[in-house]
Design a protein. Sequence first.
Length: 98
Amino acid sequence: MSLITKKRVTEREAASYKLDRSTIELVKFYSEFIGSPQEHVVNQALLYVFRKDKEFNAWLKLNNKPEILRKAKSSEPKPNGVAQQGASVTALASGKKA
């Protein structure tokens, strides 16, 4: 058995969103606070909301899509930090309105 566990490979996709400057600042600070990349913070925060929202979960079931949330849950990092998360999000801040 190897000393280093093989990295879990998950499908990744880049997405770009414009967020409030204060939100981006909080993501940066939280990332610094936990010592993880910003994309990890955004990914895990979104997964947390999706898991906790009972109405959204019911909607997924009603629309025959509950497997999407299960797939996202299975791609979450293990507590020891061995696995990598799924999709990444790039937040762009600009002074211009979208």
